[in-house]
Write a protein that binds this ligand. Structure first.
Ligand code: AOF
Ligand code: ZN
Length: 370
């Protein structure tokens, strides 16, 4: 999606600076929490870089504020008279965890602002209009698709006004998540399970139903090898109490929290998670919870691991969806297919880790009715 460029087009030095700002925004190892990746480059009237900055996560200064501070430190208080700010995201107009960047740019004497993505956050948007009204030259929508790709989940969540929901499911070839007696270790391979841990690590919340806690007693933590940031929030939905001795009721030593959402309504659950600044929920089971989200139209993406095994009986991946005839089927589009090859490392102490065989990982999206 590219919005029409308002005002004059970006100059070549500004487009180059925007690419640099995107590189800065994508700096490795940032722990952003609920916030987007944002980069900013300040240019003098000749298009020469004065200073740069990028955002390091919720509660820390925004990219523009960092760049302004760097410019003042390097050149002095008047460094920015007549300068241009190039930013990957529309400067914010709100006072949130930090002050409004649009005003800070104005106060610094910036005369021109070039940005890529309009801010989809209803709380923060309006910086472009504020700057224009103050007489600043504003060029919007330059390389917008690239800028959106820096924060695909954050952008989607802001547009939806709720966390993005990914349903993760691991099944036998016949769509079962366990055998008739409930045993489910191990249907998918060690390599699939490691991949699923990376998926968990990329989300800020893991959500299961109280039934899954009672049946499986999961820990829902990301194992060390896949960890890149803090553990995701562990959330449980349902009115039942958690068994007091369950792993989710007894927090692990790393302080990972569990949030019990005492509701059966997925909308209410997502509202509560949104209020807790959550942007990406990984729905991990069981069948009742998954069906509730599907029925509410609240699944945005599916990651399915399929193992070459038949069970013939046992729990289904998803409960009743109200589909009574084939024309009512919930149809999905396949976005990606990945062959998960058997893992090469087989430590002796993992001899009980199940058969390590080839699995398939499908990424799918619900089909939009046209
Ligand atoms: C950032 N970093 O560099 C810019 C942002 O939680 P707050 O108060 O820090 O505000 C976050 C919002 O501010 C964010 O959702 C986005 O709409 C806007 N701009 N945010 O985290 C930045 N420029
Ligand atoms: Zn800001």
């Amino acid at each position: 999606m590219t919005t029409a460029t308002a005002g004059p087009a970006a100059r070549p030095a500004e487009t180059d600076a925007l690419r640099r700002a995107m590189e800065l925004a994508a700096t490795d190892g940032l722990v952003l929490g609920p916030n987007p990746r944002v980069g900013c480059v300040l240019l003098d009237p000749d298009g020469v870089t004065i200073a740069e900055g990028y955002h390091r996560g919720a509660g820390t200064p925004h990219a523009e504020a960092v760049a302004l501070a760097n410019a003042r430190a390097a050149v002095g208080p008047d460094a920015l008279r007549g300068a241009t700010a190039v930013v990957t995201l529309e400067p914010c107009a709100h006072t949130g965890r930090t002050g409004p960047c649009a005003q800070a740019l104005l106060d610094a004497g910036i005369v021109r602002v070039v940005y890529a993505q309009p801010d989809p956050n209803p709380v923060a948007t309006g910086g472009g209009a504020l700057l224009r009204a103050a007489g600043v030259d504003v060029v919007a929508g330059v390389l917008e698709d690239e800028a959106r790709a820096l924060n695909p989940v954050w952008t989607r969540a802001m547009e939806l006004g709720r966390p993005v929901v990914t349903w993760k499911v691991a099944t036998s070839l016949d769509g079962r998540t366990g055998a008739a007696d409930g045993t489910s270790r191990w249907i998918t391979s060690a390599a699939s399970r490691a991949d699923a841990h990376r998926l968990r690590a990329a989300c800020d919340t893991v959500l299961v139903g109280t039934g899954t806690v009672a049946a499986d007693d999961p820990s829902l933590t990301v194992r060390d090898a896949a960890r890149t940031g803090p553990q995701p929030l562990r959330a449980v939905m349902g009115r039942r109490d958690l068994p007091p001795s369950s792993r989710l009721a007894v927090p692990p030593h790393d302080g990972t929290e569990t949030l019990h959402l005492r509701t059966h309504d997925p909308h209410e659950a997502l509202d509560a998670l949104w209020a807790a600044d959550r942007r990406h929920v990984l729905l991990e089971g069981g069948a009742t919870l998954a069906a509730a989200f599907w029925r509410a139209g609240l699944v945005d993406e599916v990651v399915a691991y399929v193992a070459p095994v038949l069970l013939g009986a046992g729990p289904d991946a998803v409960g009743d969806l109200g589909v009574t005839t084939i024309t009512g089927a919930v149809r999905l589009d396949v976005v990606d297919v990945m062959v998960v090859a058997p893992s090469t490392d087989h430590p002796a102490d993992q001899a009980d880790a199940g058969p390590d065989e080839t699995n398939v990982r499908l990424t799918l999206r619900p089909r939009k009715e046209s």
